[in-house]
Design a protein around this ligand. Structure first.
Ligand SMILES: *Cc1c(COP(=O)(O)O)cnc(C)c1O
Length: 427
């Protein structure tokens, strides 16, 4: 598929059936797989032969869909996970353990922040959070001898900041560590972080990739470009024998193109089992078939709504990198020339109270803890996800009391604008 355009890969990537085989990807709804001899199965357990034996580790339907996402991102290997959270955890834990350190952008998804700052900290991994807007000097100062990776989001949820991928990749590489980028909001349709120096990409496929709010899922893709063997002391898990697999050394057996994903599958999927169900992988693939068509529409609606809000007297600010005077417009022009996403955030005059009134009167935009699906939805963090915080606490964590996150679906743009206008009139 590598010769084809991104649009064609969305539709036909990952799976090319042979003569008489099903046109749609088969759902292999089986926990286990049969073998003729114990010897044949033993080879799988020693990673000497390729094949399936138990769906807690790998399943053919999932691998077909992972292959499509791998082609879309331009990587060498990929795996699906049960959620975006599992993808973020595996991506980091695969190369860091107790006593290690990670540098992360502070502008990341709240769930990821909690995973890093609270849960993984309890596992003995320390994180230093840096502003995505930091200078190269500030970024370089965050590294320590035990730093194992750098993490950031292409377009951050919900702050909508745009990551300067080249700046972060340069700093990571000069310290001999990979850059991991969560590309959920941009999707490979609008940005392919590997082209800018990122080494590993993660996704919450729950968002635009699925696109219909049908299934929670995640994905990890390896660019195959980071040479772990240059730093064997730093990445012993990849560069020295794994006793739990009869002494296989992942970089030797699978090369730098396959070592990272094979290790994550063989160890982390085996031990934690955060596998996506094959049914969900099938649904995810249905979403991927139209991803390129949908992203275009999400972006058109995002732009139309952002422009309308920007000109409205009751709106105090709008965050949308497609707008010319947005703080991240220059970065968006570089990394997201075809559009960013459908998520817009804004504030209304009158603060928290006015935001609540406005939300109550929306008819098309439903109040949901979700973004990035076909139906427009919105959330007022101060009265939902962050409701236990007072105004000062909200400001401190970067969520203004009047901030509304509005995720444009695939409806008619004028209908969305009319709905916004009538709800703003109620304030
Ligand atoms: C939603 C989200 C996640 C977490 O994904 P889940 O599928 O909900 O586990 C991670 N990163 C970003 C950017 C997200 O929007």
């Amino acid at each position: 598929m590598s010769d084809y355009s991104l649009e064609t890969k969305c539709v036909q990537g990952g799976y090319q059936p042979g003569n008489g085989e099903p046109r749609q990807i088969p759902i292999v709804q089986s926990t286990t797989f049969k073998y003729e001899t114990s010897e044949a199965m033993g080879k799988l357990f020693d990673l000497e032969a390729e094949g399936y034996f138990y769906t807690r580790l790998q399943n053919p339907t999932n691998d077909t869909v992972a292959k499509k996402i791998c082609e879309l991102e331009g990587g060498t290997a990929a795996m699906l996970t049960s959620s975006g959270q599992a993808a973020s955890f595996y991506a980091v834990f695969n190369i860091a353990s107790c006593g290690d350190h990670i540098v992360s952008s502070s502008s990341i998804y709240g769930g990821t922040y909690n995973l890093f700052a609270v849960t993984m900290k309890r596992m003995g991994i320390e994180f230093t959070f840096v502003s995505p807007d930091c200078t190269e000097e500030e970024l370089n100062a965050a590294f320590r001898p035990n730093t194992k990776a750098v993490f950031g989001e292409t377009i951050a949820n919900p702050a909508l900041t745009v990551l300067d991928i080249e700046k972060f990749a340069k700093a990571a590489h000069s310290h001999g560590v990979p850059l991991i980028v969560d590309n959920t909001f941009a999707t490979p349709v609008n940005c392919r972080p590997f082209e800018w120096g990122a080494d590993i990409v993660t996704h919450s496929t729950t968002k635009y990739m699925d696109g219909h709010a049908a299934g929670v899922g995640g994905c990890i893709v390896d660019s195959g470009k980071f040479d772990w063997t240059r730093y064997p002391d730093k990445y012993p898990g990849l560069c020295t024998p794994d006793d739990s697999y009869h002494g296989v050394t992942y970089t030797e057996r699978f090369g730098i193109e396959g070592a990272y994903i094979t290790k994550a599958t063989a160890q982390l999927m085996r031990d934690f089992g955060s596998i996506q169900s094959p049914q969900n992988a099938f649904l995810l693939n249905l979403g991927l078939e139209s991803l390129h068509v949908r992203m275009k529409r999400h972006c058109e609606n995002g732009m139309a709504v952002a422009k309308f809000l920007e000109g409205h007297e009751k709106v105090t600010y709008v965050n949308y990198c497609g707008l010319e005077n947005d703080k991240y417009h220059a970065l968006a022009e570089k990394y997201l020339p075809n559009g960013s996403c459908g998520v817009v955030s804004f504030g209304v005059k009158g603060g928290r109270k006015a935001a609540e009134t406005f939300m109550k009167h929306l008819k098309l935009g439903a109040i949901e803890t979700h973004v990035a699906d076909a139906r427009t939805c919105c959330l007022h963090p101060a009265s939902a996800t962050h409701r236990q915080m007072n105004d000062a606490e909200l400001e401190a964590c970067g969520v203004k009391p009047d901030l509304i996150r509005y995720s444009c679906g695939l409806e008619n743009a004028q209908d969305l604008i009319d709905d916004l206008a009538q709800a703003l009139d109620q304030i």
